[in-house]
Ligand binder design. Structure first.
Ligand SMILES: NC(=O)c1ccc[n+]([C@@H]2O[C@H](COP(=O)([O-])OP(=O)(O)OC[C@H]3O[C@@H](n4cnc5c(N)ncnc54)[C@H](OP(=O)(O)O)[C@@H]3O)[C@@H](O)[C@H]2O)c1
Length: 283
C-alpha cells in the first residue's frame, strides 16, 4: 500500500468505492475488498449503503482503527441547522461513533458554503468526524469553504481520470497541503482499449485499470477510490503496489487529459474550472 500524508496522518492512497453496492451482494463486495487488503472505504448517504459498509467492517473482525471510512452528506441535506442531525443519522446507519472523513457530497444548490462549513466544524469538534473535506467543489468554492472552516481541511473528492484535466484543483489542493481523492478513477471502464494505456499496460504486463490507478496514486497528493462489484476486478485493482511507472509513462498518460467529464448532474456547481493548456506531447 502507498499512503498519502495529511495533517501528519497516513491515509491509504487506494480506497474502495461503493456506489451501487447495496444489499447482501454489496456487503459481500466490501467484505471481500477488506480481505484483499483495502482499508479505506468510501460511501455516502446518497448511495444508501452506509449500513452495508458498516456491516462489512464489523464482520471483518478487524479493529475499527484499522480503517479509514469516508462518507458524504446528501447535497439536499445541507441545511446548516440540520447537519449535525444528518451526520448522526449517517453514523447510526454505519453503526460507528465517528467517521474518518465527512464531506458535503456537492456544494449545496440552496445554502451558502460558509454556514455549511461552520456547521461541519462543529460536528468535527464534537468528535463525529476526524476530518472534514469537500466533494465536487471547484476552486472558488474550495477557497470560500476553507476560509469559513477556519481549520485544516482534508481535501476535495472530484472526478479524476486520464481523460479529465483537474490541474487547477490539484494545484490549489497541493498549495494548501490537501489531498485530491479521485472518484470515477477508471472513467467507469472507458479506460479499457485506450491505446496509450493499453501500450503501457502491455509493457508492464498489467491491465489498463492497474496502470490508470497506478498513474493516479503515483501523483503527489492524489488518492483514488475505484469501485467494482466483481471479485476478480476488486483484487486486480488492488495489485498496483509492486510496479512503478516511469516519468515518461506518467507524462504520456498525463497528455491524454481533456474535458471528458462523466458526472455533471443538474445540481452540479455552476462553473467548473477550465482545463489547463495542453502539455506538449512526449516524444
Ligand atoms: N463524490 C462524487 O460525487 C462521486 C461520484 C461518483 C463516484 N464516487 C465514488 O467513487 C467511486 C468510484 O467511481 P465509479 O464507481 O463511479 O466509477 P469507476 O470506479 O471509475 O468505475 C467503476 C466501473 O468500472 C468497472 N470496473 C471496475 N474495475 C474494472 C476493471 N479493472 N476493468 C474494467 N472495468 C472495471 C465497474 O464494473 P464492475 O462493478 O462490474 O466491475 C464499474 O462499472 C464510487 O463507487 C464512489 O464511491 C463519488
Amino acid at each position: 500500500m502507498i499512503f498519502a500524508t495529511i495533517h501528519g496522518e497516513r491515509v491509504p492512497a487506494l480506497g474502495f468505492g461503493t456506489w451501487h453496492l447495496r444489499g447482501d451482494a454489496g456487503c459481500d463486495a466490501v467484505r471481500y475488498a477488506i480481505d484483499v487488503g483495502y482499508r479505506h472505504i468510501d460511501t455516502a448517504a446518497r448511495y444508501e449503503n452506509e449500513a452495508e459498509v458498516g456491516r462489512a467492517v464489523a464482520r471483518s473482525g478487524l479493529p475499527r482503527s484499522d480503517f479509514f471510512v469516508a462518507t458524504k452528506l446528501h447535497y439536499l441535506e445541507l441545511d446548516p441547522d440540520q447537519i449535525e442531525r444528518r451526520t448522526v443519522e449517517g453514523l447510526e446507519r454505519l453503526d460507528m461513533s465517528q467517521v474518518d472523513l465527512l464531506m458535503p457530497h456537492w456544494p449545496s444548490p440552496t445554502y451558502p458554503v460558509g454556514p455549511i462549513m461552520q456547521a461541519l466544524r462543529e460536528v468535527q469538534k464534537k468528535g463525529y468526524a476526524r476530518h472534514i473535506g469537500m466533494s465536487n467543489f471547484p476552486v472558488a468554492r474550495m477557497r470560500e469553504a476553507a476560509s469559513a472552516f477556519g481549520a485544516p481541511l482534508f481535501g476535495n473528492q472530484v472526478e479524476y481520470h486520464p481523460f479529465l484535466d483537474q490541474t487547477a484543483i490539484l494545484r490549489e489542493l497541493r498549495g494548501e497541503g490537501m489531498l485530491l481523492t479521485a472518484c470515477i478513477p477508471l472513467a467507469r471502464g472507458a479506460i479499457v482499449g485506450e491505446p496509450v494505456l493499453e501500450d503501457i499496460a502491455r509493457a508492464h504486463r498489467r491491465t489498463t485499470a492497474q496502470v490508470t490507478l497506478r498513474w493516479l496514486v503515483q501523483q503527489e497528493g492524489v488518492i483514488a477510490i475505484p469501485k467494482s462489484g466483481q471479485r476478480e476486478r476488486i483484487k486486480d485493482n488492488f495489485e498496483i503496489f509492486d510496479f512503478t511507472l516511469t516519468a515518461e509513462e506518467m507524462a504520456r498518460i498525463g497528455a491524454l487529459r481533456g474535458g471528458r467529464r462523466l458526472v455533471d448532474p443538474d445540481w452540479a456547481p455552476v462553473v467548473w474550472d477550465p482545463p489547463a493548456a495542453r502539455p506538449a506531447p512526449v516524444a
